[in-house]
Design a protein. Structure first.
Length: 278
């Protein structure tokens, strides 16, 4: 994997701009002993290369947990910014490394950095790491973080067909009908022709009649007589049951914070399982 572009904001002196250093190379390759020696010999852990990468970015993107630990302990800037705005946490999520994500969070990495691009949660959904997605949500990741290119994390997870991530997001209360240029997650599901994904979104209240900026419904992106087309046709002819409509309505009324407390309600376990889609 090619490194991302890197930080501009973490340094101010032009003297810091260098070619890739031995620290960068050791961090990216996971050579923890060499990295430790370099640090002990006084190497700077916050140098920014001409391609705008800090060693912490490099280690995080490759999922090198030992090197991430060494760099953080040596004073690496945990929220250093790339030229495109990404932080090491974004890169750790892109690698799908739960160890790196936990380390960065333990050193105070912002789970919702003020970005104009993909958030850490977007990156975790892109990589398909449901474990990272779950952890980010637990520490307060914004489920509706919006990227002008990708839309919400749910859009990303659906476009990449990461069903486990989609289920985690929906269970946590992500807006199933959030729109990007009026395009919903169901539009993405229809385009990738994934019936399981289509059914999951509809069961969580996805609007099969939502129209995008071209005036098209999700079903308009399916081929006649195909499995996805038949799925949409079934739901058009067979509305959701009353119990299902009640479940969707109750979850919507509870809101994201309320959903976290469903398991603690003094109601029959079967109702808790039903409301939680277990």
């Amino acid at each position: 994997t090619e490194p991302r572009t890197g930080v501009l904001s973490s340094v101010s002196s032009p003297g810091f701009w260098v070619e890739r250093t031995p620290v960068h190379e050791a961090a990216q390759r996971g050579e923890s002993r060499q990295l430790q020696q370099l640090i002990e010999n006084g190497a700077c852990v916050n140098q920014v290369t001409v391609d705008s990468i800090t060693p912490l970015h490099a280690a995080s993107l490759q999922g090198q947990a030992q090197c991430v630990q060494l760099l953080l302990a040596a004073g690496a800037r945990v929220d250093a910014r790339n030229i495109d705005g990404s932080t090491p946490l974004c890169d750790a999520c892109a690698s799908g490394s739960i160890q790196c994500v936990k380390l960065l969070l333990s050193y105070g990495a912002k789970v919702n950095p003020p970005l104009y691009t993909a958030s850490p949660l977007h990156e975790a959904c892109m990589s398909g790491s449901s474990e990272c997605v779950r952890l980010l949500i637990e520490v307060g990741a914004n489920l509706e973080a919006h990227d002008c290119h990708f839309g919400t994390p749910l859009h990303v997870a659906c476009a990449r067909e990461h069903l486990d991530c989609v289920k985690v997001l929906l269970n946590a209360g992500a807006n199933v009908n959030a729109a990007k240029l009026h395009e919903t997650a169901l539009h993405h599901a229809a385009k990738v022709k994934n019936v399981d994904l289509i059914e999951m979104l509809i069961e969580f209240g996805g609007n099969i009649y939502a129209r995008d900026n071209r005036g098209k419904k999700p079903s308009d992106y399916t081929w006649s007589s195909s499995a996805p087309a038949k799925c949409f046709e079934y739901y058009e002819k067979t509305p959701l049951s009353l119990s299902q409509l009640c479940r969707v309505s109750l979850r919507k009324a509870a809101g994201v914070r309320g959903l976290e407390k469903i398991a603690k309600l003094n109601i029959p376990p079967r109702l808790i399982d039903y409301l939680s889609y277990n």
